[in-house]
Ligand binder design. Structure first.
Ligand code: HEM
Length: 184
């Protein structure tokens, strides 16, 4: 497992990603902005007076078991594929009830009841993903999720988010914003 990598999402007037649409799925939204820059590590912020910045770190897995890790590794592809010119940044916060649960009960809701990994696997390798943890950085969200896909996979990505949002896991989500981007 690589060391944690700090990733910052900076919204403002400049950046390689154009913000196409922003939907507040649950809870408060974010200020509108035109473009987004994704910075890895402690790269200097090139955006002047950003509208907002969200930060998270990559981390070790919490829920994935050995056979699921193997299945993910065999199917998934990395970020930055040239044809993957569409992206989604979905910041998510979970309720105090979720965080009060013991680890085994969270795992059971996440996979045995909601099939998060089982459903997700169906969409690999079309959708590439990165999960960032924000909760321990005292950020407004617990997770920043980032996905990259080709334009022809936009419809299956909609299906994927619909399926996950109707799962029991999502009953513990109390803030979610869906930000869609185009690399242009
Ligand atoms: C966590 C897989 C799509 C939101 C995870 C984990 C896996 C996974 C394996 C657990 C990591 C761990 O063990 O700690 C996938 C796959 C997807 C997918 C294969 C298909 C592309 C999505 C989508 C969303 C999402 C579309 C948001 C709409 C999350 C969140 C977590 C998570 C918030 C953290 C849950 C927690 O720790 O409580 N995902 N996922 N995932 N995923 Fe997904």
């Amino acid at each position: 497992m690589a060391r944690p990598l700090l990733v910052s999402f900076v919204a403002g007037a400049s950046g390689p990603w154009r913000i196409d649409r922003v939907e507040s799925v649950t809870g408060d939204g974010l200020q509108p902005a035109e473009r987004l820059t994704v910075l890895e590590g402690s790269e200097f912020d090139p955006v002047e007076s950003p509208r907002w910045t969200l930060r998270g770190v990559t981390s070790n897995t919490r829920y994935t078991n050995r056979s699921e890790s193997g299945a993910l590794l065999a199917k998934q592809q990395g970020l930055h594929r040239p044809h993957a010119t569409r992206a989604a940044l979905i910041p998510i916060r979970k309720t105090a009830d979720w965080w009060d649960l013991p680890q085994d009960e969270r795992r059971s809701i996440f996979e045995e009841q909601s099939s998060h990994i089982g459903i997700g696997l169906e969409y690999l390798p079309a959708i590439a993903r990165r999960l960032l943890h924000s909760r321990d950085l005292a950020q407004p969200f617990d997770f920043l999720t980032w996905f990259e896909y080709a334009p022809e996979h936009s419809d299956i990505f909609e299906e994927l988010v619909r399926r996950l949002r109707s799962s029991s896991e999502w009953q513990y989500v109390d803030r979610e914003i869906d930000i869609r981007l185009v690399r242009a």
